[in-house]
Design a protein. Sequence first.
Length: 270
Amino acid sequence: MLEKRSRVITLDHSEMEVVDPPSALMLIAEIMRGVQCSPKCRLHCELPTNDFVAEMLEKLDYWTIFGLKRAYRIQTNEQFVMRMTDRRTIPQMAKGIIEGFSDCCTFRPQQQKVLYKGLVECMDNVMGHAYPSDIRRSQIWLDKQWWMLAYKNLTDREVRLCFYDQGVGIPNTIRTRLKDRINPWRSDEDIIIDAVREGCYSRTKESTRGRGLPKLLEVIDGNEFSGDLSIYSDKSYCRFFSSDRYEKQRIVEPVQGTLITWRLSARHED
């Protein structure tokens, strides 16, 4: 797909049986990367036969990438609040997401503040960490680009946020920047867990920096809500239900960069 001599980039969706919003967001990012690598090529696609998949992608304006627009009859429960990509930190975006969630989950002022700071810090972290300048030329990247998706399910009273970059990943970033403080034998999964629980990958020594992931976890730790925070980075997967309850595993297919998915529900879980 990223071959510069390509004349056509073809994506065959015909056998897709299921797709979730985070996967779709990563696919959009990869298409953007392919187009930059081969700017003169044409995009072509084979449409899915599964209407649920087709409508889910349509709700994300996915088909407009190929110059297509179709109407599908099946109704998914997800309502998309915002999808965007940029190379800057945009505080107004965080405010817009919180406002868009208001009819699904009612956040107290302190929770709004925590969530706002967490979202802004996620963008800041991409600017400062995800795309290091010393290896930037050796990778086919959209430099400092991030992709974000916020959506909600009014029936289940759940809100979700996906944040994605195609950089070097959290473990590689921490090992490079804090190489004198990181045990080389420590697993990537444990490094991610420390970053989420303690905010250990600040780009400065200021106590207020590097707190993006812990801020998102702080909202989940609130008594009024239940939820989880999942992080995919390279070959690592970590999922947090609270600061003290989490799971981790190695994954077979590596993720290009880092995908953060965050879920918050107004319902209590037993």
